[in-house]
Design a protein around this ligand. Structure first.
Ligand SMILES: Cc1cc2nc3c(=O)[nH]c(=O)nc-3n(C[C@H](O)[C@H](O)[C@H](O)COP(=O)(O)OP(=O)(O)OC[C@H]3O[C@@H](n4cnc5c(N)ncnc54)[C@H](O)[C@@H]3O)c2cc1C
Length: 507
């Protein structure tokens, strides 16, 4: 969404929108006079650019931050924040419809007020925009420039008719939705994450193209708002990177919600018929069509590299991987680094922020921090959530690492049962013969919270033996992690130890 594209809304909503705009791109903003030279010029004010700016200025650097659209990037404006805000409301609707399961009375009618859902989402965005507002950045001493940034040479960037000279620069220009090459799609019109949060009416019938995190999260949310959602995924399962049983639980959960699922199915053409869009699909040799009001695509992300004049800066790149970086996140121009979605395989806010921190240390000081040393977890915020950290079993096998897995099903976890959230599991993979955690997958109502304990364990080198000694509060769903650690501890009880113990007790 561009600054001048905020749709008109009612008065209270206008106030919220104005606050958001005031924080992320004030209409009366005047770019400052550039300093003679900056320690760090940052291109892009999404999570990566913002973290780098806050950190570098706190360490005493002279910093310029350039943003062509809205401060906060995808996270605040068209990604994590709006999606998680509407997902929260959609969960509430699902719980209300499920109220009898919890022994509560089913309300007579549950109608979705979509306008209110979206109004709350904008209030959440406005609230969270305060932390990274342009005013706060300026007070900290960051020179904020609005405009399109383009390299003007090996050590300078042009923006808004000015030239900024730098000792070091950080490219943090993020990524945008990939456009699917489907004949007729562009003519018929479609939604991406860049405009789906501008909807004012919930589509009666919604086609979601792509069963990755974005497609699955929004398919479930819109279904819970009352849309008839049809999702097509050209793989045999959703979230193809995740473990099969995790993806299967998600598939079952979407089906229970009422999402019409088409796996192994490709969208081959789209055509408009009045206000409707007709989508042609192919599954094996079966061809069929569906008629919908809107089409939402979520098939991947394309790094924002094209408009940066990277040739002038000597920065190698391509349009698929993005900026080419080494393990220290340095580009082919030793003065220029990259962080976040524009160069990383894992396109997440926390990965963007961690990579930006790494760049500040490596670029401005004598840091030698490596990207490959970071432990990066991730989570898909469906219901249940699917979170992962470290190696998958298949990756361990590819590396010829012997693996033993400890699995706890959530229906054996007291708190999951009392919460009525027993769908899922905790799986912890260790190097066989040791308690060293290689990786873990958690499928649970709040798996995104639970995975952090396991990331901590991996990062700090804490094994299952130590985790088994950690007293967990009872009853919690995170107790499943302790149960997995206890299962590991029981394997230490060899037959020899058991017989020794029996003989001792029989004295
Ligand atoms: C629908 C959706 C949901 C998501 N949910 C999650 C989630 O739950 N958890 C999670 O961790 N991640 C999530 N993500 C991913 C997350 O939003 C991104 O990984 C994160 O925003 C990347 O940060 P970044 O700083 O690298 O890039 P961006 O956030 O894309 O920011 C880049 C900024 O650079 C600016 N820019 C680009 N080119 C130029 C230029 N030439 N000059 C000046 N400025 C420029 C852009 O306008 C933008 O503001 C989600 C993404 C989407 C789309």
């Amino acid at each position: 969404m561009k600054q001048d594209e905020f749709p008109a809304r009612d008065l209270q909503d206008d106030r919220v929108t104005n606050e958001l705009l005031h924080n992320v791109h004030p209409t009366d903003w005047r770019n400052p006079k550039p300093a003679d030279q900056y320690n760090l010029v940052i291109l892009g004010a999404g999570p990566a650019g913002l973290v780098a700016a806050h950190e570098a200025v706190a360490l005493g650097a002279k910093v310029a931050l350039i943003e062509r659209n809205l401060i906060g990037g995808d996270r605040l404006n068209v990604g994590c924040v709006p999606s998680k805000a509407i997902i929260r409301t959609s969960r509430l609707y699902a719980e209300m419809r499920d109220s009898e399961k919890y022994g509560a009375q089913m309300p007579d009618r549950i109608d979705t007020d979509f306008a209110r859902v979206m109004a709350r989402m904008r209030r959440v965005q406005a609230h969270l925009s305060r932390a990274d507002s342009v005013q706060r950045l300026s007070e900290e001493g960051v020179d904020v420039f609005f405009g399109e940034a383009r390299f003007a040479g090996l050590s300078s960037v042009a923006v808004g008719g000015e030239r900024l000279h730098f000792k070091k620069a950080l490219i943090a220009t993020g990524a945008r939705p990939l456009t699917p090459p489907i004949p007729g799609l562009a003519e018929a019109g479609y939604l991406t994450n860049e405009n789906v949060f501008d909807l004012t009416v919930c589509p009666r019938r919604l086609m979601v193209v792509g069963g990755g995190p974005l497609g699955c999260e929004l398919a479930q949310a819109f279904c819970r708002f009352g849309s008839h959602v049809i999702i097509a995924q050209d793989d045999p399962m959703f979230l193809p990177k995740e473990e099969r049983d995790a993806a299967q639980i998600l598939s079952d959960s979407l089906a229970r919600d009422g999402v019409e699922i088409h796996l192994n199915t490709t969208v081959v053409a789209v055509r408009g018929e009045g206000a409707r869009k007709i989508v042609d699909l192919v599954c094996d040799d079966d061809k069929f069509s569906v008629s919908v009001d809107e089409i939402l695509t979520g098939i991947g992300r394309s790094p924002n590299v094209e408009s940066l004049n990277l040739g002038a800066a000597g920065v190698a790149h391509d349009t698929q991987i993005g900026i080419h970086v080494d393990d220290f996140l340095r580009t082919t121009n030793p003065r220029i680094y990259a962080a976040g979605d524009v160069c990383l395989e894992h396109k997440f806010t926390h990965a963007a922020e961690a990579s930006a921190r790494l760049v500040v240390r490596n670029a401005l000081f004598l840091g030698r921090k490596r990207l490959s040393a970071l432990t990066i977890p991730w989570c898909t915020y469906t219901d249940p959530e699917i979170a992962h950290v470290g190696l998958y079993v298949r990756e361990a096998r590819e590396k010829a690492i012997p693996v033993k897995t400890f699995t706890i099903l959530m229906h054996d976890v007291d708190r999951a049962v009392t919460d009525g959230e027993e769908n899922g599991f905790v799986k912890i993979h260790v190097r066989d013969g040791t308690d060293r955690i290689l990786g873990a997958t958690v499928v649970a109502s709040h798996a995104g919270e639970m995975i952090n304990g396991l990331s901590l364990a991996i990062e700090a080198g804490i094994g299952l033996r130590a985790l088994a000694k950690v007293i967990h509060t009872y009853p919690t769903q995170a107790g499943a992690i302790k149960m997995a650690a206890d299962a590991y501890s029981r394997t230490l009880m060899t037959p020899a130890l058991k017989s020794l113990s029996r003989r001792w007790l029989a004295r």
